[in-house]
Design a binder for this molecule. Structure first.
Ligand code: ACO
Length: 330
């Protein structure tokens, strides 16, 4: 007979952290370089500005800054962390994982670290993976980071894509605890992941180590992505709510991937949520890919909108196509 299993574990969010490069590029500045306008970008996307990493500032630098803030807010140090998961599409190098660069820069001498690649859905995927490690007892304290220097894979001559994205990083600290007793209802309630590789051509980068030696740049059929985004996000959100016996009315905060204000508004309408229950950062961050949800979580956590015990719904879709959702009792 083996030992009897302990109480079931649940991953709780202890804190959040964020980092945005100091340089801000407004729509008006972009319009001096390419054939676009503040009016076009604002009307189609809601984006007004984006942060762009400095020369020499790499994804792991952004990730480390966000993680340091999150650890400080949880009153923890890097010595308390045994798992680092970085969601990124813009790793420092082809290998090793950017997460191991983060581990070293933080000064960690133990634990394990790896990257997740699910483009704009990367944070939802990373959260799901870390949650499963914590629930199985294979790690106790994890940092889940979304970090991107997306500006490095943009074609700055292609006005239909380069105006949409920005750089940044967000992080949350997760810790495993019993799912019963005081605070037992708090934590990640469920995550739901999907992908369909047949939809590759809607959004991809035209380079990579196995194709050629160039990193490549983003290529996107914006209308096709939009069309799938509306349908697939609605489906996965419905799945997430149903799995927890919830309806839209139960959700305190929708914290969506920040691609486009029109997609965000469409999801809020479907859920019956007013703008006062949706966290939107797309106007000042643009689309930061895997960083967009943790940046939005950090903003709403740190300005007091997110309160302990509230129900938070996250959702994202991006290249792959890959999409997902999660329900968190904050
Ligand atoms: N400035 C001015 N005009 C532009 C720009 C620009 N930056 N970009 C494109 N245009 C022009 C086009 O050339 C086209 O001109 P034409 O009619 O003379 O040919 C016209 O604007 C309309 O172009 P469309 O691509 O049809 O514009 P659309 O209304 O579809 O809006 C957009 C484009 C904003 C990209 C939209 O399709 C969209 O939001 N798609 C979702 C894609 C997305 O968010 N991707 C992010 C990654 S995936 C994710 O995170 C969900």
């Amino acid at each position: 007979m083996g030992e009897s299993a302990g109480p079931a574990l649940r991953s709780r969010v202890l804190s959040s952290g964020a980092y945005l490069p100091s340089r801000i590029v407004t729509n008006r500045e972009l319009a001096t370089r390419i054939d676009t306008s503040d009016e076009w970008i604002t009307a189609r996307t809601g984006i007004k500005q984006r942060h762009i990493a400095a020369d020499g500032e790499v994804t792991s630098d952004l990730a480390v800054a966000a993680t340091r803030e999150a650890l400080a807010r949880a009153s923890l140090t890097h010595d308390d962390v045994d798992l680092v998961v970085v969601a990124t599409t813009t790793p420092d190098e082809t290998f090793p994982a950017t997460a191991t660069r983060v581990q070293a820069k933080l000064g960690m001498t133990r634990g394990f670290a790896f990257d997740i690649q699910a483009v704009c859905s990367g944070f939802v995927y990373a959260l799901a993976v870390a949650d499963n490690f914590l629930k199985l007892g294979q790690a106790k304290t994890a940092v889940v980071i979304g970090a991107e220097t997306f500006s490095r894979i943009l074609d700055w001559e292609d006005r239909s894509t380069c105006v949409l994205f920005g750089d940044g990083a967000g992080a949350v600290v997760l810790q495993a605890g019993p799912s019963i007793g005081s605070g037992g209802d708090r934590g990640i309630l469920s995550t739901h992941l999907h992908s369909d590789g047949r939809l590759h051509d809607a959004l991809y980068v035209n380079g990579g180590p196995s194709l050629n030696r160039q990193v490549g740049v983003v290529r996107m059929d914006g209308r096709e992505v939009f069309r799938h985004a509306v349908v697939k996000l609605a489906e996965v959100v419905e799945e997430a709510l149903a799995a927890n016996g919830l309806t839209g009315a139960d959700i305190d905060w929708l914290v969506p991937h920040q691609a486009n204000q029109r997609i965000i508004d469409g999801m809020a309408r479907k859920l019956g949520l007013g703008a006062n229950r949706v966290v939107s950062t797309v106007d000042h961050h643009a689309n930061t890919s895997a960083a967009s949800i943790p940046l939005a979580l950090a903003e709403a956590d740190q300005d007091g909108r997110l309160q302990r015990g509230q129900l938070v719904l996250i959702e994202a879709i991006g290249g792959g196509l890959a999409w997902g959702a999660g329900v968190i009792r904050w």
